[in-house]
Design a protein around this ligand. Structure first.
Ligand SMILES: [Zn+2]
Length: 206
């Protein structure tokens, strides 16, 4: 036998492409799937298919939602002139759990990482500038008055925050940043809700 059957190799390759999964873990996962009942394996495949086909990005804030109706952007009680910019949908979730932010969001779906070749066009920055420039592209057609930067406090997060702060300031928008109750290098989605709430309340101008 030269190697695994082709379908097994493809499954291992697919797992190996996932972040944080090495070759050996990919093999372990693939053989776990093969040992599972057909029903369990199919429900995994179905969950992946559903997530890919049913989940869309809100055309305004780029958070993920089940259909084009974004609960946050379409809520008239939210203060649409204050936009908190985060890296990932999981950060929105972490902040929403605290219940302490009444503005709306912009999700970058990544961060600037020049060393890894991720420049401004590699994340959702253009649509953010468009929202600033043209209120009709923002939720409730409201002009953005304040951008709160909620990038993770590490090198790439800081690089991204500086880029946005420069562009937003040029456009006359007030820029603030979540207070550094968040330890340097810590991840927003792993911080406890009290710390996040303090970071929102104590946000500082840049
Ligand atoms: Zn939205």
């Amino acid at each position: 036998m030269k190697g695994y059957p082709e379908s097994v190799s493809r499954l291992i390759d697919a797992f190996a492409r996932l972040p944080g999964i090495g070759r050996r873990s990919a093999e372990r996962l693939a053989f776990h799937v093969l040992r599972e009942s057909s029903q369990e394996a199919m429900s995994l495949a179905q969950a992946i298919t559903d997530a890919k086909t049913r989940i869309v990005h809100c055309p305004t804030c780029w958070n993920i939602c089940d259909d084009l109706h974004c609960e946050i952007c379409s809520d008239p009680r939210r203060e649409a002139s204050i936009v908190l910019v985060v890296e990932q949908p999981k950060d929105v979730l972490a902040i929403e759990k605290t219940g302490s932010f009444r503005g709306i969001y912009h999700v970058l779906l990544g961060r600037l990482d020049p060393l890894a070749g991720v420049g401004p066009e590699g994340i959702v920055l253009e649509p953010l500038l468009a929202r600033i420039d043209d209120p009709s592209k923002n939720a409730q057609q409201v002009k953005i008055e304040e951008l709160v930067l909620g990038m993770n406090p590490d090198l790439e997060g800081d690089t991204t925050a500086l880029w946005i702060a420069r562009e937003a300031t040029k456009r006359g928008v007030r820029v603030t940043r979540l207070a550094r109750g968040l330890a340097s290098g810590s991840q927003l989605d792993l911080a406890n809700p009290g710390v996040i709430a303090d970071a929102i309340a104590g946000r500082t101008g840049i």
